[in-house]
Write a protein that binds this ligand. Structure first.
Ligand code: NAD
Length: 489
């Protein structure tokens, strides 16, 4: 396909060396065409073992954790070499992820590369020590200093939907904080991670073993990483169900777990909002990248009196969006990642019908597309908030519109979910909007279309959407330990 990804198989990066996988190779598929793009190294349990060993050795035997200026330099090199290879990376991303090419100038590629600057800058400017001054206990006066240090070896396990964003939002801060890392990307998108291997080995001064990349089609390698007692911390993004296994697996060695999990976020449209505008915006956003975003607002709560107006506006917006070839500049809704994911979305559409839902727009595979895992942008009406499709994460371009009666009911319904990742509030009265914002139990909220994604903005979930925050200073501090040093004063 291009220089970064030889079709016969990208290598693993272990201990600074590009090596083949002990279990051969596995195929990576173009979800828009169903063609095999090529192959990636399939790591064995021994490879994972070696990667953890390399990370542990690099942490113990190099100055990486003690030299923030060098870490900043290396992260800027990584950013720059990714920028130097941007068109190759873009081609990989569109082909392997099925990501609409327009999103690669934002969160699918260029955004997260730029965000490495934030991590590099933090390594240089962060206050690693805080002087608490002196205090007296039992007649002894002591000067106390709080020092922040790297946690150690970090295992990073990531999903396929925004692979660069999630890989780099973990690797950047973890490295900036002085940790060494083993990155295990999702089996569906190995090339996005593997492409970094040659860039790191050949264009950066990142010491051998500081960052290891282990691609595999075997989920149990992720579990192995979680359970390895030499790993000090797991940073995981994926489904809530897998997050539970990660937490359970990490408990044997009581390692720190940082979890970014699923969502079923609500857009609350208040009765003084521009109902049609809010409904079209919400519908459009659910179709982006075929709805494969954890933070998308896939439940739209609208005042009962404005229900028909909101459904009509959302229907108009969604019927104008075609699930299409992601390489076309105008495409916003590409394919789903896999046949398995498409089956899952279709199962949810069947459940919606069986529970009495009305499919207003979409509801299946687009006509004229016999290749590719496409699903039409879909609008479901006629169901309440306890319906399966309003409670469970579908991860497809599907919006459910639900009526409410009064602001308190809207807040109640928004919170009637096991998740608490994101959401939006639409309204004309800022005090009223703020009361609703205060009532909603989620980690991120957009007001009247505000965009929250940025390197300095912490992102993460309440409830079963996760533990901890990614990005921002909070996302950097997840990767730090705290050491208190007391000296007689
Ligand atoms: P997934 O949970 O199936 O897999 C995620 C990763 O975990 C993959 O690398 C997989 O190989 C690995 N894995 C699977 N089983 C494991 C185990 N037992 N132990 C350790 N690792 C294991 O998720 P997915 O289908 O790849 O991604 C979609 C999910 O990710 C959705 O639920 C979505 O909401 C969530 N997500 C959350 C965020 C967020 O920031 N909150 C962002 C993107 C995606």
């Amino acid at each position: 396909m291009n220089g970064l990804v030889p079709p016969e198989g990208t290598p693993l990066l272990i201990g600074g060396k590009l090596v083949p996988g002990g279990s051969g190779v596995f195929a990576t598929i173009n979800p828009a065409t169903e063609e095999v793009l090529g192959h990636a190294a399939n790591a064995s349990a021994e490879d994972m073992n070696a990667a953890v060993g390399a990370a542990q050795t690099a942490f113990a035997e190099t100055d990486w954790s003690r030299d923030p200026a060098f870490r900043a330099h290396c992260l800027r090199q990584l950013r720059d070499t990714m920028r130097d290879h941007i068109e190759e990376l873009r081609a990989i991303t569109v082909a392997e992820v099925g990501a609409p090419v327009m999103l690669t100038s934002g969160p699918q590629l260029e955004g997260p590369i730029g965000d490495l600057s934030f991590s590099a800058d933090l390594a240089e400017t962060y206050s690693w020590e805080t002087d608490l001054g002196t205090a007296e206990q039992m007649g002894i006066s002591s000067r106390r200093v709080v020092r922040r240090e790297a946690v150690g070896v970090v295992g990073a396990i990531t999903p396929w939907n925004f692979p660069h964003q999630i890989n780099l939002a973990k690797v950047g801060p973890a490295l900036a904080a002085g940790n060494t890392v083993v990155l295990k990307p999702a089996p569906d998108t190995p090339w996005c991670a593997a492409a970094l291997g040659p860039l790191i080995a050949e264009h950066t001064d990142i010491p051998a073993g500081v960052l290891n990349i282990v691609t595999s089609d075997d989920h149990t390698l992720g579990a192995r990483l979680v359970e390895d007692p030499r790993v000090d911390m797991i940073t995981f993004t994926g489904s809530t169900q897998t997050g539970r296994s990660v937490m359970a697996g990490a408990s044997a060695s009581l390692k720190r777990t940082f979890l970014e999990l699923g969502g079923k976020s609500a857009a609350i449209v208040l009765d003084d909002a521009d109902i049609a505008g809010a409904a079209s915006y919400t519908a459009f956003s659910v179709a982006l990248h075929a709805g494969q975003g954890c933070a998308l607002t896939t439940r739209m709560l609208v005042p009962r009196a404005a229900y028909d107006e909101a459904v009509a506006a959302a229907a108009k917006a969604l019927s104008g969006i075609r699930a299409d070839d992601p390489t076309k500049p105008g495409t916003v809704c590409g394919p789903l990642i896999s046949a398995r994911q498409r089956d899952r979305v279709e199962r949810y559409l069947d459940i919606a019908r069986a529970e009495g839902g009305r499919i207003v727009v979409g509801g299946g595979r687009p006509s004229g597309k016999d290749r590719g895992f496409f699903i039409e942008p879909t609008l479901i009406a006629g169901l309440g908030n306890t319906a399966t499709v309003a409670q469970e994460e579908i991860f497809g371009p599907v919006l459910v519109v639900i009526p409410y009666d009064g602001d308190a009911d809207a807040i109640r319904l928004a919170n009637e979910s096991p998740y608490g990742l994101s959401g939006s509030v639409w309204g004309a009265d800022s005090e009223r909007v703020d009361r609703v914002v205060s009532g909603v139990r989620t980690g991120t909220l957009s007001v009247n279309g505000g965009l929250w994604y940025h390197a300095d903005a912490p992102f993460g979930g309440y409830k079963q959407s996760g533990i901890g925050r990614e990005m921002g200073v909070a996302g950097f501090e997840e990767y730090l330990e705290t050491k208190l040093i007391a000296t007689p004063a």
